[in-house]
Design a protein around this ligand. Structure first.
Ligand code: KG4
Ligand code: ZN
Length: 352
């Protein structure tokens, strides 16, 4: 079955053609990095306008590259939640128009759930039951999966998503946008000391499977910019900033490395707890932009190995937002009976 996937939830306009859920015939991603770089983050209004300008070109290119004609498409899958509402609406409108014009089914896909399918693209079927980990710019969650389409959330971040922490730490260190890959490169450099700074790992009690990354981010901020001390004169809100050490390239490298060590410890701690609490699993399925992080990839491999789990982690190109994961999961959902009509709505939050 040939499925066209469309994705426009944040700052990537993407379309892909996937056969039978796993064989990727084409995956086109138009990124908007340069448009948002000067703002240090994604500006929603700019993002939706940029989607609108390139969505038709991106869809046409995905169809061309797949070597098919429009008439060969058998279903349209679209990421309709979660995301920036204006951005989602562009992809959703395109998907509805194509579904109506071609007379083929429309399937709405949850973007977060689709990240957990990205590791199956161009690979064999993952083994279930599985433990799922989504680490992206908007989400940090752990799931228990019975199948690709049946999952329940075990925990999520109570403040910042892990990718958000990477992006903010990059900004604090003056590394620019997009932050994740730059912190990855800075902290992975030769001679980096990941124990130079003892950054906190949030546990949230003995049982919790939730994450918290805001304390870690603040600890990095204080290390780099200095720690504000309480005002000496009551009623006068003057903050004294303890003078930080100058940020040499070596110090930047060591802060980046120590931050990543803390992230790794936080992620592994919660995965360990999740396994203890939910019992035996066949695989560990990971997805989301932060799954591209070199240090985490190595750590997750080691963890899965130790626990006797098959690690299902996407190829680098399927870690960040793409439409192949949407088309792929769309196919699985369609097989399980899901079909939407033209009343399908864009929703800002995830349903899983
Ligand atoms: O999944 P994604 O493309 O978008 C969301 O659904 O949020 O994830 C984007 C996030 C950004 O925060 C980006 O900085 C982070 O993934 N990221 C990385 C790396 N590559 C992308 N974080 C750490 N290391 C990387 N190599
Ligand atoms: Zn994403």
């Amino acid at each position: 079955m040939i499925v066209l996937g469309i994705e426009s939830s944040c700052d990537e306009t993407a379309a892909a053609v996937v056969v039978d859920g796993r064989t990727v015939r084409s995956s086109v991603v138009a990124s908007q990095y340069e448009l948002h770089e000067m703002y240090g983050g994604v500006v929603p209004e700019i993002a939706s306008r940029a989607h609108e300008e390139c969505i038709l070109r991106v869809i046409d290119e995905a169809i061309d590259r797949a070597g098919i004609t429009r008439e060969m498409i058998e279903a349209i899958a679209v990421g309709h939640r979660p995301g920036l509402i204006g951005s989602l609406l562009v992809g959703l409108s395109g998907a509805k128009a194509m579904s109506w014009a071609l007379g083929v089914p429309l399937v709405g896909v949850d973007h977060v759930q689709a990240h957990l399918w990205a590791g199956a693209l161009d690979r064999s079927m993952p083994a279930y039951p599985a433990l799922g980990l989504v680490i992206s710019g908007g989400h940090s969650s752990i799931y228990s999966l019975k199948s690709a389409t049946e999952l329940s959330r075990l925990g999520a971040t109570i403040d910042d998503a892990v990718g958000e922490a990477f992006d903010k730490v990059a900004a604090i260190l003056g590394l620019g946008h997009p932050g994740g890959p730059r912190v990855d490169a800075a902290g992975g450099g030769l001679g980096a000391d990941d124990r130079a700074f003892d950054f906190p790992v949030s546990r949230l009690g003995k049982e919790s499977l939730d994450f918290s990354f805001s304390g870690l981010k603040t600890a990095v901020l204080y290390t780099v910019k200095g720690r504000p001390t309480p005002p000496r004169v009551a009623g006068k809100p003057v903050l004294e900033v303890a003078k930080p050490e100058p940020m040499t390239p070596e110090r930047v490298r060591d802060v980046a490395a120590s931050f990543q060590r803390a992230v790794e410890r936080a992620v592994l701690l919660k995965l360990e707890r999740a396994l203890e609490q939910t019992g035996a699993k066949q695989s560990l399925i990971v997805g989301g932009g932060v799954a591209a992080n070199s240090r985490l990839r190595g750590a997750l491999e080691e963890f899965a190995d130790k626990k006797g789990l098959e690690l299902v982690i996407p190829e680098m190109k399927y870690c960040i937002d793409n439409a192949a994961m949407i088309a792929g999961l769309g196919y699985e959902l369609y097989k399980s009976g899901r079909v939407d009509d033209l009343t399908l709505c864009a929703v800002p939050t995830t349903g899983c």
